[in-house]
Design a protein around this ligand. Structure first.
Ligand code: FES
Ligand SMILES: [Fe+2]
Length: 434
C-alpha cells in the first residue's frame, strides 16, 4: 500500500510533473509507421497531454504543436509540402525543426518569420514504430535491444488504446501470476493453429500446450532482480521433480517489458501516456526464426483494435464483451479469447487512475513492488539533476543487448542454466542474432 502522494508522483505525466519530466527524457512511441501509410500522411496525435501533429514529408518525419503559432488554426488540416507543413489559414509554413520558413501574407521582404518558431520534436522510425523525443537537450541513444536491431523482415509493430493511466497498464506486464487466472482457457487448442497468438503455442522443448501449463500450475514461484536496463523476472512452475516450466521476462526502463510470445517470437511492449487517464500499448514482435507473417499478425489484431485509432471494440461501455455462459464453460474471464482484451479489462476496471492507497499487495506482486522502487528512485535522481537509469550515450547503448525472454520447460535441477542455454542456442540459430 502506498500514500496518495506517491501514487500522484508516479502516475501524473503533465509537462510540469516529476514523472512527466522523467519520462520526457526517453524516446517515446508516438505512432506506428502504418498510420502514416496514407495518401496524405498527416495525423493529429495526443502524447503526454500535448496536442501535436505528426507528418511524413520527403525530408523525413515531423512532429509539432498542433495549433499554428500565428493565430492558432489546426495544422492537422494543413497543406503537406515536400519540406514541411503549411497552415491553411494564412499559409505560414514550418519545417521539421519547428522553424517558420514562410509568412506569405506578410509584405514583400518581411523577415518576420525569422522570429517565429513552433514547438517541434524529433522523430525516428525503429522497427515499424515512430519514436519522438519530447525532452530538453539531446535525446539518449537507442539501446541495441533485439527489437531494435532485428531486420524489418523479422519484426512487426502494432498498437492499441487502453482507457486508463499508463502505470497500471505497465504493471500488468510485471505480474506473472495473473497469466494462470486472467488468461485461463478451460480447453486447449491445437498448438499448430497458434501462429501469432500468445498463450496458445507450446513452450520450448515441450509438446505441452502452454494453456495447460498455466491452468494446472497456478501458484508460480517468482524471482525478481534489478538489471542494468531495469529488471528481470523469472517465473517458475514446477511440473515434477524432474521438470520445471520457466518464463523469463523483463522491464526495459522506463515503460516497456519484453516477454516471450512462444519459442520463436518475443514481444516488446511500451505503455505510453496519451494523458493522465489514457495510454496506448505499442508492441514490437521480434522473430528469432522465420520472417514474421505481418499480414496474418495485423489481420488478427485489427479485429479487436481497428484502425485508424486502434481503439478496442470492447471496453467499459459494453462490459468488455462479458458473456456469463462463456465464463462458466470456456474462459476464466468470459471476455473472449484475445488476451489483450483480458489485460485491458484488468487495467481499465481498476479505474482511470488506480487508487493504490487501497490495494493489498501479495507475494505474487513482488515485480510491481520492485518496479515502483526503481521508478521513484529515477524520478528523485532526475529531479536532483542526476542522470536517471537508461538515459544512455552511444557507448552505453551498445552494451545494452537482448535481453533474453524465454518460455520453456527444462530440468528442475538446473533451470537457471537451462534458460541461458536456450537463449544462446536461439541466438546462434537466428539469421540476424548470431
Ligand atoms: S493561423 Fe496559421 S497562418 Fe494564420
Ligand atoms: Fe496478461
Amino acid at each position: 500500500m502506498i500514500s496518495a502522494e506517491q501514487n500522484e508522483l508516479m502516475t501524473r505525466i503533465g509537462a510540469g510533473t516529476p514523472a512527466g519530466r522523467l519520462l520526457r527524457r526517453y524516446w517515446q512511441p508516438v505512432a506506428i509507421a502504418d498510420e502514416l501509410d496514407a495518401a496524405r500522411p498527416v495525423k493529429a496525435v495526443r502524447l503526454f497531454g500535448e496536442e501535436l501533429v505528426l507528418y511524413r514529408a520527403a525530408g523525413g518525419y515531423g512532429l509539432m504543436q498542433r495549433h499554428c503559432p500565428h493565430r492558432g488554426a489546426d495544422l492537422a488540416y494543413g497543406r503537406l509540402e515536400p519540406d514541411g507543413l503549411r497552415c491553411s489559414f494564412h499559409g505560414w509554413k514550418f519545417d521539421a525543426a519547428g522553424n517558420c520558413v514562410e509568412t506569405p501574407a506578410e509584405p514583400e521582404g518581411s523577415r518576420m518569420c525569422e522570429q517565429i518558431r513552433t514547438v517541434s520534436y524529433p522523430v525516428v522510425e525503429k522497427s515499424g514504430v515512430l519514436f519522438a523525443y519530447l525532452g530538453a537537450g539531446a535525446p539518449p541513444a537507442f539501446p541495441h535491444f533485439d527489437c531494435f536491431v532485428a531486420p524489418a523482415t523479422h519484426t512487426f509493430a502494432f498498437k492499441g488504446y487502453w482507457d486508463c493511466n499508463w502505470l497500471q497498464a505497465l504493471e500488468v506486464g510485471i505480474d506473472p501470476a495473473h497469466a494462470s487466472w486472467l488468461h485461463k482457457y478451460f480447453e486447449d487448442e491445437d498448438p499448430a493453429a497458434s501462429y501469432g497468438r500468445q498463450f496458445r503455442g507450446t513452450p520450448a522443448d515441450s509438446s505441452l500446450p502452454i494453456s495447460k501449463v498455466l491452468r494446472e500450475y497456478d501458484r508460480p514461484e517468482i524471482r525478481v532482480e534489478r538489471t542494468e536496463y531495469g529488471m528481470r523476472l523469472q517465473t517458475l512452475r514446477k511440473l515434477s521433480d524432474a521438470q520445471t516450466h520457466i518464463r523469463v521476462t523483463n522491464v526495459l526502463f522506463p515503460q516497456a517489458f519484453v516477454i516471450p510470445m512462444n519459442a520463436e517470437m518475443t514481444i516488446t511492449q511500451f505503455h505510453v501516456p496519451v494523458d493522465d487517464t489514457g495510454c496506448y500499448w505499442y508492441s514490437i514482435f521480434t522473430s528469432f526464426g522465420a520472417p514474421v507473417d505481418k499480414d496474418t499478425m495485423r489481420a488478427q489484431r485489427l479485429k479487436t483494435y481497428p484502425a485508424p485509432d486502434y481503439k478496442p471494440i470492447f471496453g467499459r461501455a459494453n462490459g468488455w464483451g462479458f458473456n456469463a455462459e462463456e465464463q462458466r464453460t470456456r474462459t476464466f474471464t468470459g471476455m473472449g479469447f484475445d488476451i489483450n482484451i483480458h489485460d485491458q479489462f484488468a487495467c481499465e476496471s481498476q479505474g482511470p487512475i488506480q487508487d493504490r492507497t487501497r490495494e493489498n499487495l501479495g507475494s505474487s506482486d513482488k515485480g510491481i513492488v520492485l518496479y515502483r522502487r526503481i521508478l521513484v528512485d529515477a524520478i528523485r535522481r532526475n529531479e536532483a539533476g542526476e542522470t536517471p537509469l537508461m538515459v544512455v550515450d552511444d557507448a552505453q547503448a551498445r552494451t545494452l543487448t537482448g535481453p533474453p525472454a524465454i518460455d520453456g520447460i527444462g530440468p528442475s535441477a538446473r533451470v537457471e542454466e537451462y534458460w541461458k542455454e536456450t537463449d544462446a542456442v536461439r541466438r546462434r540459430q537466428a539469421a540476424w542474432a548470431a
